[in-house]
Design a binder for this molecule. Structure first.
Ligand code: FES
Length: 160
């Protein structure tokens, strides 16, 4: 379960001085704590650091590691780089999209999963590659995909 946003935002603000140089550190910590940067959090960070909202927004949209939309508990990234594409990774995206009920780049309504596509994860010899949270899955097949979804859903069910 994710922490209450007001408590943790205050705690995050206390970690750094209220100066423009703290912007990225604060945004990184907010992203890490909540899996996204809400409009309220971005406003608070701007007020605290004195950075204009337009500038903070530009930073948030420039770096892929920041998200302004809520993310799922689990993030599944499918590589669509050349090697993976040649080994059928588009079919993996289509299958995941069908089973999760979202397109690539979207998060399920229950906030359990975010499906993303990426271009080359630097592991082409293992194509097709899927990354679930931090775990790399090599030579992904329909069977491995089933196992992955089962494990992720069990993980969600077992949480307090
Ligand atoms: S193309 Fe997929 S890891 Fe390189």
């Amino acid at each position: 379960m994710k922490p209450a946003i007001d408590i943790d935002l205050d705690e995050i603000m206390e970690r750094y001085p209220g100066r423009p140089e703290s912007l990225i550190f604060l945004m990184q910590d907010v992203q890490a704590a909540f899996s996204y940067i809400s409009p309220e959090a971005l406003t608070l960070v701007c007020d605290y650091t004195g950075v204009p909202m337009s500038q903070a927004y530009a930073v948030a949209t420039f770096y892929q590691s920041f998200s302004l939309e809520p993310r799922g508990e689990h993030e599944i990234k499918v590589c669509l780089g050349t090697a993976c594409h040649l080994k059928g990774s588009q079919r993996i995206v289509d299958e995941l999209s069908r089973r999760l009920g979202v397109d690539a780049g979207q998060t399920t309504e229950d906030l359990k999963y975010t499906l993303e596509t990426v271009n080359c994860l630097g592991a082409c010899a293992l194509a097709p590659v899927v990354v679930a949270d931090e775990d790399y899955l090599a030579n992904v097949t329909a069977k491995k995909l089933n196992k992955l979804l089962k494990e992720l859903s069990q993980d969600i069910e077992e949480r307090p």
